[in-house]
Design a binder for this molecule. Structure first.
Ligand code: ADP
Ligand code: MG
Length: 700
């Protein structure tokens, strides 16, 4: 066993009670955890600042200055000792609130000192409270020549009584490195280390804790980031390769009548270049004899459904059955309607299976699936219930992936000896690097253009005091025959408040848009499914002009005549959510609008989100900005993913590195799929070793 899996209490000088709090407070339970408790910053004692150079953002700084006069101010509790200090560029103030008597005796006005502390600013003047201070002399300065970047470790209040503040932790790390540095083994092949000019692993760990200088620290950081991203990609791509080898795939060898008939006689428009490209990718995947696992990303309205349908027709041409799985009944229904209208009558039978399919109809469906007669089935989770048996399911399309887990995908595979090809579609674009990490085991296709002639949605940001203008605009659009969504935020912590928010809003709307001239649908999470459905249907049938809703309408609903999306308290929504909501409009021939209502009080992030929405309609651009604003851990659908528990690398700031590494690892597997070459032996060990700090088990 590697010594780094040793429980932390066995570290020299640790002791049981200290080990205990360390575990509780910082989750440091093993030697490895301590080794990987990296400093959060470094205090630079290599350079001296001039007083004029000191700026508010600086961490601790070091100054050589002469003390001028001193003052004793306040009484009892407010008592403080102030020294003025001066160099040839300016003046600063040093303050002590404790140990005053001692300090007063020790420090001599007129003498020069080396002063070290965290600067603050008051009235434009630099201040330092309780600085470290020692007399300046040439010898002292010489001695300091070998002082370098000092590590600062995060700690907690509870740890301080146990001498486990930053300094205490530093001592432990020093002990650990002293005793066990020899056990830090290299985990990357030599040729990779050389190619990417990396420092050795042990050197990296030494320098991340106790850097020799700034350059060494940078190299250490780079090496550890590299290692983290490299091993993650190695694992992901190995999983992918393994699956490819293990699961054979149905071969869709020919393009036959179904596809051709549809393409030449039924498709009502020209495919966009993006759509053609993706179809080609799917064609290639499904002829290779291995299972396809492809993620299709494209903004709302970019035409993913047609691509899915055409892929399904190829499957049918080759004698297979297909299905589309949607996250909700409404969406399943909508896909059903869309696909039926696209293929027309007497072409290929399309059936719908959801939770509300009656037992009798269900039984017939089951039989027709088992016999293989039924070729296209559309539905919800009901599609993958164990009772449902297909004769030869060849392709499964999953819409809006993040509602279907990996486990559910796997259940589909188990239904056949050869698993069906999987096409996952999502309208939530994910930045490239995130996709590489999160869906590193899937192939990715992107539709990045909208069909020609689509009018971009116009987005406006209005403040509360412009509400009357908004009402006027709504009336004007309704008079033109349009329909309008008004969406309120949903806060998880307070459903009650949400409902109140929505009800208040609905009351205002009803007052402004009274019956019988106007009708309003109200939809929220507290409604029973049939009530919700009833309200939705009224809107779909254009019996109501306004739909007031919480975000329940977020996913997929398609009502082309609804051309205005009003988002209340827009500052409370995340960027990707705003973009998703906006995607509900802009589906018909009319000019569509999105209006973001907010209060005047906006955080910097909130302002950036709203201005981004006004500026661009491009989902990928929005996703990038979202990632920057929120960091990778908060992007929708990623929270539970261990993939993003990165310790030192950051997929936003280390994008370039990640892309390089991805290519490098792909190259390794291409040349040596089994990692059998002698120079790659080390990688087997690295994948199995527990010392890498990544939670492999969480990676699917
Ligand atoms: P998505 O599922 O990506 O949101 P859809 O497949 O529902 O998009 O397509 C949105 C609308 O655009 C549908 O009405 C569809 O028929 C239409 N559409 C799809 N592709 C094209 C195209 N190439 N040219 C014109 N209209 C298209
Ligand atoms: Mg769609």
């Amino acid at each position: 066993m590697s010594p780094f899996q040793t429980p932390i209490e066995y570290l020299k000088g640790m002791g049981l009670s200290r080990a205990d709090v360390l575990k509780k407070e910082l989750q440091i339970a093993t030697f490895e955890d301590l080794l990987r408790h990296f400093p959060y910053k470094y205090i630079d004692r290599t350079r001296f600042y001039k007083i004029r150079e000191i700026e508010p953002e600086l961490p601790h700084v070091q100054v050589i200055a002469r003390l001028t006069h001193k003052e004793l101010l306040g009484e009892k509790h407010t008592k403080r000792l102030i020294f003025q200090a001066q160099d040839d560029t300016g003046v600063m103030e040093l303050a002590w609130f404790q140990g005053i008597r001692w300090v007063e005796k020790a420090l001599i006005p007129g003498k020069a000192y080396i002063i070290f502390g965290k600067p603050t600013f008051f009235n434009g003047k630099v201040q330092m409270a309780h600085p470290e201070i020692e007399p300046y002399s040439a010898e002292v300065l010489q001695r300091k020549g070998n002082l370098t970047l000092q590590p600062a470790y995060s700690s907690t209040e509870k740890l301080k009584p146990f001498s486990l503040d930053s300094k205490g932790i530093q001592k432990l790390v020093a002990t650990l490195l002293e005793q066990y540095a020899k056990d830090i083994h290299e985990n990357l092949p030599l040729y990779i280390i050389n190619r990417f000019k990396l420092v050795s692993r042990v050197e990296a760990y030494r320098n991340i804790h106790f850097p020799e200088d700034a350059a060494a620290l940078n190299e250490a950081r780079h090496r550890l980031k590299f290692e983290e991203l490299f091993l993650l990609q190695l694992k992901l791509l190995k999983t992918k390769l393994h699956r490819t080898n293990k699961f054979k795939g149905n071969i869709f060898g020919t393009v036959g009548n179904y596809f051709n008939e549809f393409y030449h006689h039924k498709l009502p428009f020209e495919l966009t270049n993006s759509q053609k490209k993706v179809l080609k990718e799917i064609r290639q995947d499904t002829q290779r004899g291995v299972q396809m696992n492809r993620l299709l990303q494209g903004d709302v309205g970019s035409g993913k459904t047609v691509v899915a349908l055409m892929s399904m027709l190829i499957a049918i041409d080759n004698g297979f059955q297909t299905c589309i799985m949607a996250p909700t009944e409404i969406l399943a229904n909508q896909h059903y309607q869309t696909i039926k209208s696209l293929v027309g009558d007497d072409f290929v039978e399309v059936a719908l299976l959801t939770g509300s399919t009656k037992p009798k109809a269900r039984k017939i469906l089951h039989e027709r699936l088992e016999s293989g007669d039924l070729k296209i089935l559309i539905g919800t989770h009901a599609l993958i219930e164990d009772k449902v048996q297909y004769k030869n399911l060849g392709l499964v399309v999953i819409d809006e992936q993040h509602r279907f887990g990996v486990e559910q995908r796997a259940r589909l595979w188990r239904k056949n000896s050869i698993p069906p090809h999987i096409l996952v579609m999502t309208a939530t674009p994910i930045p490239r690097t995130l996709a590489m990490t999160l869906y590193g085991d899937l192939d990715i296709s992107i539709i990045d253009e909208l069909p020609a002639g689509r009018k971009p949605i116009e987005t406006h940001h209005l403040y509360e005091n412009q509400r009357l203008r908004m009402f006027g605009f709504m009336k004007q659009e309704i008079a033109k025959g349009r329909q309008i969504y008004v969406v309120y935020p949903l806060i998880q912590e307070s459903e009650k408040l949400d409902l109140k928010n929505l009800e208040d809003g609905a009351a205002v709307m009803s007052h402004e848009f009274p019956a019988p001239d106007y009708n309003i649908s109200i939809v929220h999470g507290k409604l029973k499914p049939h009530e919700k459905d009833y309200e939705m249907q009224r809107f779909i049938k254009h019996e109501t002009q306004i739909m007031v809703a919480t975000t329940v309408i977020e996913v997929g609903v398609n009502i082309p005549n609804a051309s205005v999306m009003i988002i209340e308290n827009a500052e409370r929504f995340g960027l990707s959510q705003l973009h998703q909501l906006r995607g509900r409009v802009g589906r018909g021939a009319e000019q569509s609008y999105c209006i973001l209502m907010s209060s005047h009080k906006l955080s910097a992030d909130g302002r950036k989100r709203l201005s981004t929405m006004v500026k661009t309609n491009n989902g990928f651009e929005i996703a990038e900005i979202d990632l920057e604003l929120r960091g990778p851990g908060n992007i929708e659908g990623t929270q539970q993913s261990g993939v993003l528990d990165l310790k030192i690398a950051n997929i936003v700031t280390d994008q370039q590195l990640l892309i390089q590494i991805r290519q490098c690892v792909e190259g390794i597997f291409e040349a040596d799929p089994q990692l059998a070459l002698p120079e790659n032996q080390i990688l087997h060990h690295s994948l199995q070793s527990k010392d890498q700090g990544l939670s492999w088990d969480k990676i699917s």
